[in-house]
Design a protein around this ligand. Structure first.
Ligand code: ZN
Length: 230
């Protein structure tokens, strides 16, 4: 399962040693370009795949993904892509059985007007669970979703220490400090900071320190290609 389909998704899939056909499912949190614009290339590269692509997203996001396909591949009919669309609620939490003992729970999180954003958690039966929260403010929905998860992947678009005057709430983003607070409130032992803005991405150590806030929280800023075991 691929999480998000940003503009460079095909390059990243190849870099990780996979082909598009290896991706059987994709979850897209919302339809902003940095999360969705790689979808048409993923779909195109799967045209010869033997299994359909299962797309999980909120209804608005699914609509945008369909429009992106229709706009970019005018000669092809949508059915040629062999996509199974799974519309998730943008109003209430949902639970989906993905098979192989994996359950995905999704929950709407605060987003700009006109945008519907979902956070998600994957629980492996008898095994770990991973929560993913991005492009939203520090919120109680994230704490509830991530409660007890072995790994929380949370956005840190900004930094409270490097950018002391920043207030990310009006633009529906979070600081590394807030991501750390969410992880601690949810009882997650491990936090991965992602979705860094260019203003903070050169200072991963500062972000780690900020999120840890002197606690024992295990915080990492993963680099492209990193593999985490939970
Ligand atoms: Zn984004």
């Amino acid at each position: 399962m691929l999480i998000e389909a940003g503009p460079t998704v095909m390059q990243q899939i190849h870099r990780a040693g996979f082909e598009a056909a290896d991706v059987e499912m994709v979850f897209v949190s919302h339809d902003h370009g940095d999360h969705a614009l790689g979808f048409p290339m993923l779909a195109l590269n799967r045209l010869s795949a033997s299994t359909p692509l299962n797309v999980y997203a909120g209804l608005d996001t699914l609509t945008t993904l369909r429009i992106l396909l229709a706009l970019t591949w005018r000669g092809l009919k949508t059915h040629q892509f062999e996509i199974t669309w799974h519309a998730l609620s943008e109003e209430v939490a949902e639970q989906v059985n993905l098979g192989a003992g994996v359950v995905m729970r999704t929950v709407p999180v605060p987003a700009p007007p006109g945008v519907s954003t979902l956070a998600a958690r994957w629980t492996f039966s008898g095994g770990p669970s991973v929560a993913f929260v991005t492009d939203t403010v520090a919120c109680s929905e994230a704490v509830d979703l991530a409660r007890g998860a072995d790994l929380l992947i949370h956005e840190a678009s900004f930094s409270a220490t490097l950018q002391p005057d920043i207030d990310p709430r009006p633009i529906y983003h979070s600081t590394a400090r807030q991501a750390g607070e969410i992880a601690r409130a949810a009882g997650c032992p491990r936090l991965a900071l992602v979705h860094l803005s260019p203003q903070v991405s050169d200072s991963p150590e500062a972000l780690v320190e900020e999120a840890r806030a002197g606690t024992g929280l295990d915080v990492i800023v993963p680099e492209d290609g990193d593999v985490l075991r939970v």
